[in-house]
Design a protein around this ligand. Sequence first.
Ligand SMILES: NC(=O)c1ccc[n+]([C@@H]2O[C@H](COP(=O)([O-])OP(=O)(O)OC[C@H]3O[C@@H](n4cnc5c(N)ncnc54)[C@H](OP(=O)(O)O)[C@@H]3O)[C@@H](O)[C@H]2O)c1
Length: 410
Amino acid sequence: MAIMGSTFLSLADTNSSKVSQSFQIVGHFIASLLPLIYLFSVSSIFFDIVHYQLHQCTRSSHPFLRRLERIHHFHHLYYNRKMKFDQRYLRQNQFQALPLELGFQIIGSCLGYMLAVLVAPNAKAWITEVHLWALMGIQILRSTFVICTSGRDSNHLTYQRAPKDPNWIFVGPEFHCLHHVYPKRYMSSFIKCFDWVWGTASSLRTKRFVLTGGSGAFGQAMIAELRREGVQSIHTLKFGSDWNNNDFGGAISAFSRSDVLILAHGSKGQSAVESNCDSSVELVRLFKQHSQAKELHSTLPEVWYVGSEIELHPSWGNTELQRYSASKRKFLPHARSFFDDPEILYRHIVPSSFSSSMGCAIVSATWTAKVTMWWIHRGARYIPATYTGIAYLNYLKFMWWVPYGQQMPA
Ligand SMILES: NC(=O)c1ccc[n+]([C@@H]2O[C@H](COP(=O)([O-])OP(=O)(O)OC[C@H]3O[C@@H](n4cnc5c(N)ncnc54)[C@H](OP(=O)(O)O)[C@@H]3O)[C@@H](O)[C@H]2O)c1
């Protein structure tokens, strides 16, 4: 019995030392990975800043900066605005633009190392020159591989039109191709940090807008914001004359000349469900059918719908609010389908109450429109224009609770 007990104890000892050994290996692995991740992040943020500056240097008075800009421009000529490769610039991209990118990445890694050592005196215990050399080795190997494969890496794929970007943190080919369509926007190369900070994850200037509810409080505020953006055109569709809940014929010609549809109309009256839900679904269907954004811009047509926090909170026994709530909630499954629809870029705006003919509130429609634009500049597709926080909670409902209202196109 005593022998069995001691055998059992020694087995348990062996097992626990194996477990602690495994923990140690994982610990060492993470300890050497973290400095690499840190250096890589600093390097890519530095690269994004320099990259942004390069695009501002077209008319720089300094010949050296203009030269750098021209070298980078070869990259844009090679993988061009139409998201296609132009073989005429293959060599310049391989032997000028890509080595220049590598140079900036290496400088970024060195700066990251120097920053760590300068800011934290005992950083050398954590981040060593070996980490720096390892990362530079990886960067050189990666660039050599990209040069050898004619500059066709995972971020540069040919597209007929820019597809919907499925990632909200990391940069993939769907995001990067937009940088080639709009070279002064969509600057990030790895994590979308730069575009979140600078608000460069959208491009509205070349777009033509069509808007319902243009005479309303939000509609007016939105028109002012779009004018400030310098968008190409804004067309308003008036309820009762250009369209009504049974006749949408007057909207079709405007749709064929527009790239972005904003559904900013709304009603709390008897026809709330018809106006806020049924008509909106029909307007989106017609817009998808008639907008020529894809042909003109190589980007998806966009639809922005103004929802409400009432999608989540109760109606407090108020009959008018109950009707309004039912109309907004009926639209939700359609909104959820549009959100994932590969044929359109759908943005769901969820404002808290703002002052309008619908009622008084502590914020204005102008504030709501400005917050909306702030999110859109950062590439958001679900837009919480809120001061209560309910719209943030509603995001969970919107993404994971609301069922699809329509079958997804293949
Ligand atoms: N106000 C708020 O507190 C609040 C909060 C959250 C969400 N929202 C949403 O924001 C959007 C705009 O609201 P708002 O406060 O700016 O509204 P608003 O000032 O009352 O304007 C609504 C506009 O919709 C059009 N309209 C009026 N009756 C209609 C009907 N029966 N069917 C269709 N369109 C009609 C009119 O524009 P035209 O004459 O130009 O057609 C009207 O100016 C709505 O979708 C609303 O649900 C509002």
